[in-house]
Write a protein that binds this ligand. Structure first.
Ligand SMILES: C[S@@+](CC[C@H](N)C(=O)[O-])C[C@H]1O[C@@H](n2cnc3c(N)ncnc32)[C@H](O)[C@@H]1O
Length: 424
């Protein structure tokens, strides 16, 4: 069976209509019309939703559109007559009913409508204002699965095949998930951006939208979050996604102060690839997402862009140099760490300083400078809490050493050194 998203939008639109949710129905018919402009049913149905919403002008236009695609369709004529009556266009409404009769429309309905036109003409009612199109804004995951084992290996039962991998839980195909969405959520899903309209990456619109907006929560989990999918990318993000595999919570954390009205940006590529690479390298990665990055860093004038590239390349060099320091080079190592964190700040990159700081805590604990070790373990812990949440695995990993730096594996093993002069 082929997956026809326009038909699905219409079917879900009809469900919403039957549930008296005319705004959602109208929006779903709009999606169907955008996807398939040749089907007269979609504007015909939207005309009906518009009549229910007292959007008389739009109902008339939809019925006219439907009639262009399917001339003399009696349902479209009937709906247009009602819209025209409500708009006070009596003669045009009567003409529609006459054509309706001429093409076999129900005579009882025609008589009732002619009577209504006559009544309205005698005592015209004020045109009611249109309902607003408030679709609500529920946060809803399209597909979030638990972390149970995906498959088990066991004997396939056929001698020549040997063992095989067998599903340990149900796998959902994205299309089936989309089919099961409520009308309201399908409407919101279809309103999301599709970056794959012009390419052949995905076989249909629904998968294109999924490809543009889905998140990898973990290695085997992905899904859509209708609100979170609206956050744009920046190579100097002021927020970051955090998925907590234990609680299943998917949150967005601000990485610093974000004033009212400022856009909230996250990053679509991993931290080290964002802060440690050139504009061109980042763009090569973002090409898979089918857009040219227009963030504040990638839009810098050429000279400033080169300086930014140089800082980010330097950051990678510093990070990669850290393991090469010998235990006796604690001071040099700390200086590199501090320089790295300063470079991150200069790049407006507010995330990921925790990895540098974590290493600094180890260096200070090794040299028994407990005050400095506490400074750095606290820095690490607080950065992780701010970035990933107090209940995150990343914060939990460093909570123990934050509470007690002496529990660091190499603590106290080196000669005592005073390192408090090397801090951020
Ligand atoms: C997950 S959506 C984000 C929300 C989207 N802007 C919308 O209108 O719904 C991802 C799409 O947003 C656009 N986008 C996000 N960040 C961008 C950036 N830094 N530069 C240019 N386009 C960006 C791209 O079209 C991308 O495929």
């Amino acid at each position: 069976m082929t997956f026809n998203i326009a038909v699905l939008a219409k079917v879900k639109g009809n469900s919403a209509f039957m549930a008296n949710d005319y705004a959602t129905a109208r929006s779903l018919y709009t999606h169907a019309m955008t996807i398939d402009q040749s089907n007269h049913i979609y504007p015909l149905n939207r005309a009906m939703a518009n009549l229910k919403l007292a959007r008389w002008d739009e109902a008339e236009a939809d019925a006219t559109k439907s009639l262009e695609l399917s001339p003399h369709n009696v349902k479209a004529l009937g709906r247009r007559a009602v819209a025209r009556r409500e708009l006070g266009r009596w003669a045009a409404a009567r003409n529609d009913i006459q054509t309706f009769i001429d093409h076999g429309g129900d005579s009882t309905y025609a008589a009732q409508e002619l009577k209504a036109i006559e009544g309205a003409e005698r005592s015209p009612a004020p045109v009611p204002s249109s309902d607003s199109d408030n679709l609500g804004d529920a946060f809803q995951n399209l597909q979030v699965e638990d972390g149970t084992d995906l498959f088990t290996i066991r004997d396939s039962g056929l001698l020549q095949k040997g063992a095989g991998a067998f599903a340990a839980r149900e796998f959902h195909c994205v299309e089936a998930e989309i089919r099961n969405l409520s009308p309201g959520n399908l409407d919101k899903f279809l309103s999301l951006h599709n970056s794959h309209a012009e390419c052949s990456c995905y076989p249909n619109l629904a998968l294109g939208i999924y490809g543009t907006n889905s998140f990898s929560f973990s290695d085997d989990n992905s899904g859509i979050c209708l609100k979170a999918s609206r956050f744009n990318h920046s190579c100097s993000p002021n927020a970051r996604y955090s998925f907590n595999a234990n609680t299943g919570a998917f949150r967005i954390y601000a990485l610093g102060h974000i004033p009212v009205g400022e856009e909230i940006f996250v990053m679509y590529i991993s931290g080290s690839r964002v802060y440690g690479s050139t504009r061109q390298f980042r763009q090569n990665l973002l090409n898979a997402h089918h857009f040219t990055c227009a963030c504040s860093v990638c839009s810098l004038p050429e000279a400033e862009s080169k300086m930014s590239d140089a800082r980010r390349v330097k950051l990678t060099e510093l990070w990669e140099s850290i393991p090469s320091f010998s235990p006796t080079q604690g001071r040099q190592r700390l200086k590199v760490i501090v320089k790295g964190i300063h470079l991150l700040k200069e790049e407006g990159f507010l995330a990921d300083a925790d990895d540098f700081a974590n290493d600094a805590g180890i260096v200070c604990a090794y040299h028994s400078d407990w005050a400095s070790a506490r400074y750095w373990t606290r820095f690490t812990y607080e950065t992780r809490v701010a970035e990933f949440g107090e209940d995150s695995t990343r914060a939990a990993q460093v909570r123990g050493v934050y509470l007690n730096p002496k529990s660091i594996q190499m603590a106290g093993r080196g000669p005592h050194k005073e390192l408090s002069d090397i801090r951020v």
